[in-house]
Design a protein around this ligand. Structure first.
Ligand code: COA
Length: 194
């Protein structure tokens, strides 16, 4: 699978966080507000802030400190995200705990719920992006889903709760079950929150 360039490569740290914050507000059905320093202490935004901090440190060559920030995210919010993973703007992680985001690439405006695992089919400590899932723009991975191997989750596709995805999910499709199968659904998860 061929990977696009990191969608945040041309954005500053502040611009990325602004995009994440704006999408979170929209997702929660709240009025748009300017992101402030204290926004990073909001329960749903704190772990995304740490993901972005690690990502930007990594990009700037501060790799060890980036790893340390990722470790803090793991210890505090129970989420594992490699600092080198390309993640487009507009990331939402409504609840973080028990989540492993070992994807190869994550596009823009992606939502990842709690207890999700994105990773290779076998242990891959060397981190080979081509052996890992590719999430296209607007993909939604709901609670407890596992997406394993070099699969493509299409634009705006939804992976249902507790699904185990082993094959590509087409654009705007909904995949559920173990192993995951495509179902007919008109669900718009972008405005749905627990
Ligand atoms: C995938 C999902 C979005 C589909 O919603 P929907 O379009 O309303 O689907 P429906 O309820 O109409 O179900 C359609 C079919 O898929 C099945 N189905 C739906 N979700 C399923 C799931 N997660 N696992 C297995 N089967 C599922 C239904 O049983 C139904 O099967 P049937 O036609 O044989 O009766 C939804 O079920 C889901 O999993 N949402 C995630 C919720 C979540 O994680 N919320 C986070 C809270 S913090």
């Amino acid at each position: 699978m061929k990977f696009a360039a990191n969608p945040v490569d041309t954005m500053t740290y502040g611009e990325i966080l602004d995009a994440d914050w704006a999408r979170l507000k929209d997702f929660a059905g709240e009025e748009p507000t300017r992101r402030r320093m204290r926004s990073s202490f909001s329960a749903r935004f704190a772990c995304v802030s740490l993901v972005r901090t690690a990502q930007c440190l990594h990009r700037s060559g501060w790799r060890r400190i980036a790893k340390l920030v990722s470790l803090c995210n793991f210890v505090i919010f129970g989420i594992e995200v490699p600092a080198q993973l390309p993640i487009g703007p507009g990331l939402i992680i409504p609840h973080s705990h028990g989540t492993v985001i070992g994807a190869g690439y994550i596009g823009r405006n992606v939502t990842i719920y709690q207890q999700v695992t994105l990773g290779s089919k076998l242990a891959d400590f060397a981190y080979k992006p081509e052996a890992r899932p590719h999430l296209c723009d607007g993909a939604i991975i709901t609670s407890g889903a596992k997406v394993l191997g070099a699969v493509r989750i299409g634009v705006g596709a939804i992976v249902g709760a507790n699904a185990v995805v082993l094959k590509d999910v087409p654009d705007h499709a909904v995949a559920v079950g173990v192993p995951a199968k495509i179902i007919a659904s008109s669900k718009d998860m972008n405005q749905t929150e627990a």
